[in-house]
Design a protein around this ligand. Structure first.
Ligand SMILES: Cc1ncc(COP(=O)(O)O)c(C=O)c1O
Length: 352
């Protein structure tokens, strides 16, 4: 029996380049490429200039991945032995292999939250007294927008503004893990700078909802980006004719990403509402963007459900009783409708 084509809802990283990215790649000419470690790749330079404008920052840097972008942002704005404040369920804390500690020599102090935003009182309690000989200095705060593990929720610009004031008052730097900052801007129908104006550095991914196969960027002051360039080299992220990647980044930023991401958000809501309406035993968090978190009752045979879904061509992220579905450019309305049918019939079969 032949397998049906897979509807892959695990992540928005599973996408392939769009047709106009392929066209741009095919049309690249020798003169569009150069050695980017020497700063000589015109396509990378064009991408970095365009992205700086979009993010309203002095400069940007193309990096290999979101994890590398977060790490070089931390390395460029801290010294080994200092302490940073991050959220307990943030990507930097959970999924970046402890690089801040291993490579940056940083200790991390975490806060818990339901929406990724700490209260100012909480932060006041967390920072160390600068004049105490025994304690490390607390020098950076990082938050995540949209917040991945909290189901793609959006931190509001007014919250970022409050946090920014706090960091300035305490002589700290403020970094934003904006892997999905474009989703945040679309969800609030807001310009990107409303989010980035409040932070010293922002990392954003071209390889998540934006359909590029590789690449993330960081944005900040020229001084910080110059330092980041050196740290990127240290981490092995200096790429040569990287214009072959940057050309797709340019298409992603020029392309109508707002329309596409809006569609992804509509699809996520459709999915979430349909699951909630038909399955009283599962608890679905209504998505603000493209990530749907839901949970099964404790006794549910989650692995059997997951395997049955795979056989029927629907792939989600299996995390035990908590599951995640993510919509993206690779999925049509028809795929979403098909996924809803398969998910609902399977849940009914296993959860009654
Ligand atoms: C919020 C967030 N930050 C950073 C990253 C890291 O990106 P990469 O997988 O490109 O290293 C991810 C990846 O999923 C993410 O969701």
């Amino acid at each position: 029996m032949s397998q049906p084509p897979l509807i892959d809802l695990r992540s928005d990283t599973v996408t392939k380049p769009t047709p106009d990215m392929w066209d741009a790649l095919k049309n690249l000419e020798d003169s569009h490429l150069g050695d980017d470690v020497y700063g000589e790749d015109p396509t990378v330079n064009e991408l970095e200039a365009k992205a700086a404008k979009l993010m309203n920052k002095e400069a940007t840097l193309l990096v290999t991945s979101g994890s590398q972008g977060n790490l070089v942002s931390l390395l460029s704005q801290t010294q080994p032995g200092e302490e940073i404040l991050i959220e307990a369920k943030s990507h930097i804390c959970l999924y970046e292999v402890g690089s801040a500690a291993r490579i940056g020599g940083l200790t991390t102090k975490t806060f818990k939250s339901s929406r990724g935003v700490p209260s100012i009182q909480e932060l006041e309690m967390m920072i160390r007294p600068r004049d105490d000989l025994h304690q490390p200095w607390t020098t950076l705060l990082a938050v995540e927008n949209t917040h991945n593990t909290h189901g793609g929720i959006v931190i509001r610009p007014q919250d970022l503004e409050k946090l920014s004031k706090f960091t300035q008052d305490h002589n700290m730097k403020f970094h934003l893990d904006g892997a999905r900052i474009f989703n945040a801007a679309v969800a609030l129908d807001s310009p990107l700078h409303k989010f980035t104006d409040h932070v010293d550095t922002v990392m954003f991914c071209l390889s998540k909802g934006m359909a590029c196969p590789v690449g993330s960027m960081i944005a900040g002051s020229q001084e910080v980006i110059d330092r980041a360039r050196k740290f990127r080299k240290m981490l092995g992220g200096g790429m040569r004719q990287a214009g072959v990647l940057a050309i797709m980044g340019l298409i992603a930023l020029e392309h109508n990403w707002r329309k596409q991401l809006k569609q992804d958000h509509v699809h996520a809501k459709m999915l979430a509402k349909a699951l909630q309406a038909e399955n009283e035993l599962i608890s679905v968090t209504m998505p603000e963007t493209n990530i749907i978190n839901f949970s099964f009752p404790e006794a549910a045979p989650t692995l059997e459900i997951h395997n049955s879904l795979i056989k029927q061509g629907v792939l989600g992220l299996h995390k035990g009783y908590y599951q995640r579905l993510v919509t993206h450019v690779g999925l049509s309305r028809q795929d979403i409708e098909q996924a809803i049918t398969v998910l609902n019939t399977t849940f009914k079969k296993f959860l009654t």
